[in-house]
Design a protein around this ligand. Structure first.
Ligand code: KG4
Ligand code: ZN
Length: 356
């Protein structure tokens, strides 16, 4: 038995749901033997967002090498792998099928079981991986029930994790995802792509109280809405431009981008932290976790822990954004619970966690 009280198993994970081609070998759902990520960030930067057709063709070019590299870095061959876990959805259809077909081919050729994984479940399991990389108090796995906040470019979800593979979705965004709001505001301010890291960097030099953007707390529901804050930044930018006599096409030279970024980031993080805290309290969660690309945000990482009643699991940066270690970890827990997918499984571009 492994330290989890589940049988030992070595899982190969493959992820290609968006613009990262990734493969990883994880042992017993926690020990990361390799974690290879080929990012397409530079390719998509010129479009200011992920260009789906370009993404899937790039996955085709890199997936084989990425998987080979993950096995090589883990010093294992396919014979040493117990199962192949692959992201089935949600994500871009054309991107998902590349990873899926790679995994299917490998499963067919090797006779190893194939396990289709929900990308959001993968993000949740980023809190379980890699004790070696985690700070001291996070070296032991989360204790149930856990209140989880998934915040990424495509999702903002509050989830109660009652046990392994047992989730209750409490709410999510009704419009823009938190990461999407960061990306859109960054574009508006002309500070770069991807937006999250750009806003964070710009905000460092700004005043959080310079502008008062709305905090949509959405009382009485666990849902979120970020389109209001985004529109409010847009309105403020227009107002400032008009005052300065600038046109929309002018560069942002005179705009107080630092203050705008700092005030925007503060508003979004306050909402995320307050709602996650309240939900944890309401559902008597023992611990909390944050996951997904936006959980890389320094302000969020800091604020979510202040005064928290239990541990808050915060993945190391490399496991916040898309990776395959989290898919392999989720795959392990599915595998030890006897879940195996059919070789005929299709991609599921929209696949809520509540439907797995
Ligand atoms: O999880 P992820 O890599 O891909 C999706 O599944 O969407 O998340 C990407 C998102 C992008 O919107 C990006 O701007 C955001 O995560 N992000 C951040 C930070 N780093 C990445 N947002 C805020 N602050 C950051 N430091
Ligand atoms: Zn993701």
């Amino acid at each position: 038995m492994s330290k989890n009280n589940f049988p030992p198993a070595r899982i190969l994970g493959i992820e290609s749901s968006c613009d990262e081609t990734a493969a990883s070998v994880v042992e017993d759902g926690r020990m990361v033997l390799s974690n290879v990520v080929a990012s397409q960030e530079e390719i998509h930067a010129k479009y200011g967002g992920v260009f789906p057709e370009v993404a899937s063709r790039q996955h085709i070019k890199t997936v084989y090498t990425v998987v080979e590299e993950a096995l090589a870095q883990a010093h294992v061959g396919l014979d040493d792998i117990d199962a192949i876990a692959v992201t089935r959805g949600p994500g871009l259809a054309g991107s998902l099928v590349v990873g899926l077909n790679m995994a299917k081919g490998m499963a067919l050729g090797s006779g190893k079981p194939l396990i289709g994984i929900n990308h959001l479940e993968g993000h949740l399991y980023s809190a379980w991986i890699d004790p070696a990389e985690n700070i001291e108090d996070q070296k032991t796995p989360p204790e149930f029930p856990v209140l989880a906040l998934i915040v990424s470019g495509g999702h903002t979800e509050l989830i109660l994790i009652k046990d392994h593979l047992d989730y209750e979705r409490l709410g999510g965004t009704l419009d823009d995802a938190a990461g999407e709001a960061f990306d859109k505001v960054a574009r508006l301010l002309g500070i770069g792509y991807p937006g999250g890291p750009a806003v964070q960097k710009t905000a460092k030099e700004g005043d959080i109280n310079a502008f008062r953007f709305p905090r949509a707390m959405m009382k009485g529901t666990w849902d979120f809405s970020f389109s209001g804050v985004k529109t409010s930044v847009l309105t403020k930018v227009k107002e400032l431009r008009a005052d300065l006599g600038e046109s929309e096409n002018d560069e942002n030279v005179d705009l107080p981008v630092n203050d705008l970024a700092a005030s925007f980031q503060q508003a979004v993080v306050e909402v995320l932290v307050n709602k996650t805290r309240s939900a944890a309290q309401e559902y008597q969660a023992k611990e909390m976790l944050i996951a997904g690309g936006v959980s890389a945000n320094e302000l969020l990482r800091e604020k979510i822990t202040v005064g928290a009643p239990g541990r808050v699991h915060i993945p190391p940066l490399k496991y916040c954004t898309d990776n395959a270690a989290m898919i392999a970890a989720a795959g392990y827990y599915r595998f030890v619970h006897g879940h195996v997918s059919d070789l005929a499984m299709d991609a599921m571009p929209t696949w809520p966690l509540s439907e797995i």
